[in-house]
Design a protein around this ligand. Sequence first.
Ligand SMILES: Cc1cc2nc3c(=O)[nH]c(=O)nc-3n(C[C@H](O)[C@H](O)[C@H](O)COP(=O)(O)OP(=O)(O)OC[C@H]3O[C@@H](n4cnc5c(N)ncnc54)[C@H](O)[C@@H]3O)c2cc1C
Length: 631
Amino acid sequence: MEDVRSDLSRRGFIAGAGVAALAAVGASLAGCGKAEQPAPASQDGADAKPEADAAEAKKSIPEVFTDGVYITNGMSMHGLIDVKTVIADGAIAEVKVLNHGESRVIGEYALEAMPARIVESQCVDADVITGATLTSMAIKSAVSEAITNAGGDPRDFSGYVAPAPAKQTVEKSADVAIMGAGPAGLMAAWAAAEQGKSVIICERMGYTGGCVPITGCGVYVQETQIQKAWGLDHVMESHRTVERRLEVYAERLVKPDSPYYNPDMPFIKNILYSAQRAVDKMLQIGVPFCPIGNTGVPVLSPGDFQIGGKHAVQILTNYVTTQLGVEIITEAPVTSLTTEGGKVVGFVAEGADGSEYHVSADAVILASGGYIMNRDLMEEYQSDDLKFPLMGPPWATGDGMLLAKDAGAAWCCMDKGVTSHYHAGVSLAETSYIHYCVPGVVVNGNGDRFVDETISYIIALRKFKEEPTTDFYWIFDDSASYGLYPNGNNFGIDYEFLLETGDIIKGENYQDLAEKTGLSGLVDALDTVNDCALNGAEDPCGNKSLAAMQLDGPMYAMKIVPTPYIAQGGVKIDLDGHVQREDDSIIEGLYAVGDVTGALENRDGADYMIGLTQALGYGLIVGETVAGDLA
Ligand SMILES: Cc1cc2nc3c(=O)[nH]c(=O)nc-3n(C[C@H](O)[C@H](O)[C@H](O)COP(=O)(O)OP(=O)(O)OC[C@H]3O[C@@H](n4cnc5c(N)ncnc54)[C@H](O)[C@@H]3O)c2cc1C
């Protein structure tokens, strides 16, 4: 793309927007051939350097190196990223991302962190932001292009040396120390701080909110203020009240002889009632909620589908820090717990600059998420799920579980498996709602049906694992294909791009589709589907709502891959969030909440359903428990 250069003169620029950035540049001129770069200008725009230095500096700037604003771009995972680069006095004075298609939180983090790293280091070969390589590379490439367009040579801006770790020990203390600023940690902080407790959170990533900005769905609650205000007429009867939900759960519990069976369902009751309170509280501080889809199931998204989650987290983070005085230290993973005589009295976290935070506290809450991305634990407990690509967040490495175990805690429900979405096989794009949007059937790589498409992901995944192939296809007919368009499905999701990416294969009819895909059993499988659907015969896979397909018209196959994203086991806690040993005794000073405890529905005998709902609701419960214990 052609650069757009402004008419800013060098002096005019320095007196304006570039001052702060240039000052930052001056602080780190050691890397990237900076001996050749001019020193920063003073605040009033006058050149503070001695004349000889200035002459030397001038000599090093190529004659053709022209100050100005350059707009360039780089290619990333989700398309082009447009970047503004301000060049002043031969230095990179400012880098800013103008437009991008990066929808995921990690990419978004890199959009802020990478420009700052380039400006501070003056290097286009600065280290990429961990977990966001493609986004970082796109920004670096855009800045290189800007330097070239300005008449410079990107090679003069290379030789990145990562800042030396400060290696200082920072002592901190609070009533409550929390590991992880995901939804569970933030809600626990809120509840504890609201009752007058001082709270410090150490968060591993450079941002707060954990999975919230990447969750596909939302909070599954009933009878919140906002739902009452909307009215309940459009909601399915079985989803209107908490009492009714509990009846439905009761019907789905595992068999009474299971060790997890508890017909009183105390954990599930706690989750549903506390999540209701959490949503009402969030609404009061301005977190917007919108209903997801138009299915009569009252699922609320904090914000807007897949976008608002980030804003909801920002509001929540802003509220607990500015209104309640909670301190959040980001890029500071907790690495060990501090104990005294068997009681947990704090933790140690490693700061991004090498500093070590020694946080002492009367109570420590583990809220660091799950373990699905910890390969060792997966090998040990769910090795057969490793057959499929894992799609958990990068921080789900079970850090909190491992620390709890070291402190004597038990883990529980590790045998309960993982839950999974379906993703488009070629692009691995997020297609986890495809079966809600585009009615169809699943076949394996031989074209054979093997699963009831209406059952939960978790049970379905068990069936997928038993199949002889690792390839699977979602098969649908022409009328169902309208669900690929935002106006054609209940969620307003646009899946049309899958036709272009090659994820969806189209046949003239079902025989043609079988030929194109090489699914030898497909014709027989679909004949059986229509047989059952049209003649009321029992479906061999147990799907009671099979619809007949229009087999002689255009038919479609989309390759799908199950992508496990949450494991159900975790640290054992009691109903109030105290961490327990194997014999149910409590580890003093230690609490846990959210995915680190696994799916608590399991403790009553139900399968995973509502991770975010649990994280928010139990966050409140555990924060209140801690405040009560310390009172
Ligand atoms: C792809 C996907 C889709 C989902 N869809 C849904 C859905 O539709 N509905 C639903 O209810 N739930 C859904 N969930 C689950 C839901 O998002 C989680 O259950 C919920 O976010 C758990 O909250 P948490 O705070 O316990 O953990 P997380 O959200 O994982 O947050 C944990 C935090 O702890 C931090 N951390 C980790 N290790 C350390 C360490 N060593 N030191 C300090 N901090 C650390 C992490 O960086 C992170 O910020 C989905 C999850 C995923 C991954």
